[in-house]
Design a protein around this ligand. Structure first.
Ligand SMILES: [Ca+2]
Ligand SMILES: [Ca+2]
Length: 159
């Protein structure tokens, strides 16, 4: 593929259809080298040829909790209600939270609370039971973030 307009080499990109989704192996990677705001996190995953994380099943949530390691890392995912208050979507795949096809969420008790009407980004933190608890926070705070990639199946159409 030719370089994009900004000189960035496009990487093959593939997103599984919903009916393929739960059978796919997703790989989460935590980034804490430099803490960043939400959109920098979104862009940083893009620059790595990946995407900012989605969490669409309890399996995803456990895998993501493992990626967070045992530390107190608070990390951005691609969940946001910045476009419409109270209506969360995964920015990278446009699916609603909870999904129509999978009702999974893992909000901590009392969340999302849109504190001071300023919280529009979904962050994750390890819980003692090995899952990841969700909270909404302001999108401009500097945090770690989690990128994801899928194993691209043979014969899949990439773009
Ligand atoms: Ca909000
Ligand atoms: Ca909150």
């Amino acid at each position: 593929m030719p370089p994009g307009p900004s000189g960035i080499e496009p990487t093959p990109y593939w997103v599984p259809a919903i009916n393929e989704y739960l059978n796919q192996t997703k790989v989460y990677t935590l980034h804490c080298e430099k803490t960043v705001d939400f959109f920098t996190a979104w862009r940083s995953c893009y620059d790595l040829g990946e995407e900012l994380a989605t969490i669409e099943s309890s399996r995803d949530n456990k895998a993501l909790a493992s990626a967070l390691e045992s530390s107190d890392n608070l990390a951005y995912t691609s969940g946001t209600d910045a476009g419409k208050e109270g209506s969360y979507v995964w920015l990278v795949n446009k699916r609603p939270i909870p999904g129509q096809w999978n009702n999974f969420t893992a909000w901590n008790p009392g969340e999302p609370n849109n504190s001071e009407t300023k919280e529009h980004c979904l962050v994750v933190k390890n819980l003692p039971d090995g899952s990841a608890g969700w909270n909404d926070v302001p999108c401009d705070v500097s945090l770690c973030f989690v990128c994801q990639r899928f194993e691209i199946p043979d014969g899949a159409e990439v773009y």
